[in-house]
Ligand binder design. Structure first.
Ligand code: PGA
Length: 222
């Protein structure tokens, strides 16, 4: 594990965008795993800048996102489909058919989970996964205690996650109770992971991630 420190949020976003831009340069048809939330917004803005300066092209890049809320339409400003379009996809030369997110409004969510896992396989796995981390340590929407063997699944969001996300919604009651998320196993199989965290509130969870002991639950997984 390499730890890259940055002075502040902007510096973190610049470092991450330079790292990813170099990866795209060396493998133009890279598969990037993407995250949403507040943390990667600055990174996406910097990637757009690099694209506009003709430093990188996303023509051959494929993307696969971590998660989506259940029961929200793709056009809803609180959907991660909408987030990705407005924060990144609409501003770069990526092909829409090469961008992938799970559908939280699929009629058959079990089938949608299977489709997503097959898609990850079809893409040959994830070359570089970008991650944020929740205050409670969740990755994607895999809340603490999720199995390390999990694949794409429907999960119930904890109250703390819903509270953290309430800032994006009109009220706490509008925050969805469930989400569809890529599983821990698929995330861990990524060839490389770049986890971003910024701010005092994230310091504790990063300390536990880096220095904490493996929990019993994790050790006992086959
Ligand atoms: P944030 O969310 O970037 O909005 O803090 C991170 C996460 O919940 O994974």
């Amino acid at each position: 594990m390499n730890i890259m420190k940055a002075e502040n949020y902007v510096e973190m976003s610049v470092q991450a965008s330079e790292y990813i831009s170099k990866k795209i340069e060396s493998k133009p048809n890279i598969t990037l795993g993407l995250a949403t939330g507040s943390t990667p917004k600055g990174l996406y803005a910097k990637l757009i800048k690099n694209y506009l300066r003709h430093e990188i092209s996303f023509q051959q890049v494929s993307t696969i996102n971590l998660d989506e809320h259940i029961g929200i339409n793709q056009t809803d400003p609180n959907s991660y489909h909408f987030y990705m379009k407005t924060q990144l996809f609409d501003h770069i030369d990526i092909r829409e058919t090469q961008t992938h997110l799970p559908y939280g409004n699929a009629q058959d969510l079990a089938k949608e989970c299977d489709r997503y896992d097959l898609l990850i396989n079809r893409l040959g796995g994830i070359d570089l996964q970008i991650l944020g981390i929740g205050h409670n340590g969740h990755i994607g929407f895999n809340e603490p205690g999720s199995s390390v063997n999990s694949r794409t699944q429907v999960v119930r969001l904890t109250e703390s996650t819903r509270k953290a996300n309430a800032k994006f919604f009109k009220s706490f009651d509008d925050v969805p109770t469930h989400a569809i998320t890529m599983g821990i196993a698929s995330i861990l199989e990524s060839k490389e992971i770049l986890l971003l965290a910024s701010g005092r509130l994230k310091a504790k969870v990063i300390e536990r991630l880096v220095k904490g002991k493996l929990t019993k639950r994790f050790r006992h997984q086959p």
